[in-house]
Design a protein around this ligand. Structure first.
Ligand SMILES: *Cc1c(COP(=O)(O)O)cnc(C)c1O
Length: 427
């Protein structure tokens, strides 16, 4: 998908703002997001599935700053949440709670009550025990709520094992055999209307086949439920659409839709989608400065002021993030995010942070232009599961977040201070 991070005269810009300017004024490390990218990615998914009049629920957990949630609230987006904290964020951002869907294997009683009070669209149910509990609470509150049962169609999304969620052996949802029993037991409750089916099979899924396979199995299940007299109104196909970590890696929204829409046409099902990464991934980058260069054996290390506490995906999932200097000499002008780049004169670096862990790296054996102390590096496709997964490990204050809109930018989360590190600790 297109984004709005482009080199102008060999200098990287986010929309019309130079990243050197942001680094100078806000310092580093910093996350920088593009308003236009968020909006255009959302709109592309909405357009691609328009025939089915879908509810797009932006998945909050990948990138959850309330200023970004506000952009989605202003576009009348729905929200996919996984905790009471995310519901609070959506409320703060002015999101419409009747467009919220809520998944999580461990919803607490308090979270359930808050979500019922807020009038969310669907509880996405992860287990029989949870459904029983929601029925108990809704009955006690005398409130009617809607629920969708999360089923595992048992397909292999061919993604990292830590982000595979739709196989049988998973803590999420229930397998199809058990799902039928759940409907028989709870499918006609007065307060909890079990009228939806939810799937979320993994992430990122860079091909359409796993969706087709999962949908075919799920639609057959819905047919059989309907034949038994259960009223199924909605299908929520979850998230998992890819992002371009390298150029052209992820199918376009239109490609996913071309495979999915025909399966759902004339099925009389309201379609819900929960895209996260495909919207936010390419909408953010992480900028960091080179502190030191160092040789170790055959390796050259570029030690930077960003670290695994800022961006943990490489350490956690061996994830690839394209990295390139913010300012380059003309011979290193880059056409597209490739792995590996094929440009003469590049050298191999391990790009590592200051944290006391061997796993603290953002790239290994990565071809980059020759680097020097103080060079600024851009770590691309960092908008999803970047800042949202950051921590203060090694007592490193969290990075700042900046949102660019056209030719201006706003700090939407100030850089944390040392005082922030100890504010919640008692003496
Ligand atoms: C994380 C998550 C999503 C979003 O996944 P992406 O890969 O970011 O699109 C959607 N639905 C559920 C239930 C999730 O847990």
């Amino acid at each position: 998908m297109a984004d709005f991070f482009n080199y102008q005269d060999n200098n990287l810009f986010c929309e019309e703002v130079s990243l050197e300017q942001i680094a100078r004024e806000v310092s580093t490390p910093t996350y920088v997001y593009s308003t236009a990218t968020f909006k255009s990615h959302y709109q592309k998914i909405l357009d691609a599935f328009a025939e089915l009049d879908p509810l797009i629920c932006y998945s909050v957990k990948g990138c959850s700053n309330i200023n970004i949630l506000k952009l989605f609230a202003e576009m009348d987006s729905g929200f996919d949440i996984v905790s009471g904290g995310e519901l609070f964020r959506v409320l703060q951002a002015g999101g419409q709670t009747d467009r919220v869907v809520y998944a999580s294997v461990g919803k607490t009683d308090q979270e359930i009550r808050q979500a019922i009070d807020a009038g969310i669209a669907y509880f996405n149910i992860e287990s029989e025990a949870e459904l029983q509990n929601i029925i108990n609470i809704a009955t006690e509150m005398r409130k009617e709520v809607r629920a969708a049962l999360r089923v595992n169609p048992d397909v292999d999304p061919k993604t990292h094992r830590h982000t595979t969620t739709g196989k049988k052996e998973t803590k999420f949802g229930v397998d199809l055999e058990r799902a039928e029993d759940v409907f028989k037991k709870f499918g006609r409750n007065q307060f909890v209307k079990l009228t939806g089916i939810h799937i979320h099979i993994g992430s990122p899924i860079n091909s359409v086949e796993p969706y087709i396979e999962a949908l075919n199995k799920t639609l057959a299940f819905i047919d059989s439920l309907r034949n038994q007299g259960f009223n199924i109104e909605a299908i929520d196909i979850g998230g998992g659409f890819g992002a371009d970590y390298t150029a052209g890696q992820a199918p376009a929204a239109a490609d996913y839709a071309a495979a999915i829409v025909p399966l759902l046409r004339d099925k009389n099902l309201h379609l819900i989608l929960e895209p996260g990464r495909s919207i936010s991934g390419n909408a953010g980058i992480f900028i960091t400065r080179v502190l030191y260069l160092k040789k170790g054996g055959d390796k050259t290390f570029a030690i930077i002021d960003g670290a695994m506490n800022d961006l943990i995906r490489p350490a956690l999932y061996e994830a690839f993030h394209f990295i390139w200097p913010v300012r380059v000499d003309p011979e290193f002008a880059i056409e597209k995010k490739a792995d590996p780049v094929e440009i003469a004169g590049t050298q191999k670096f391990d790009v590592v942070g200051p944290i006391c862990e061997t796993g603290d790296y953002l790239a290994r054996d990565r071809l980059l232009p020759p680097l020097q102390r103080d060079d600024l590096l851009a770590v691309f496709t960092a908008g999803a599961y970047g800042f949202a997964m950051s921590s203060q490990y090694n007592s490193r204050p969290r990075a700042a977040e900046v949102l660019v809109d056209g030719d201006s930018y706003k700090v939407i989360r100030r850089r944390e201070t040392y005082q922030d590190l100890i504010d919640h600790e008692k003496m």
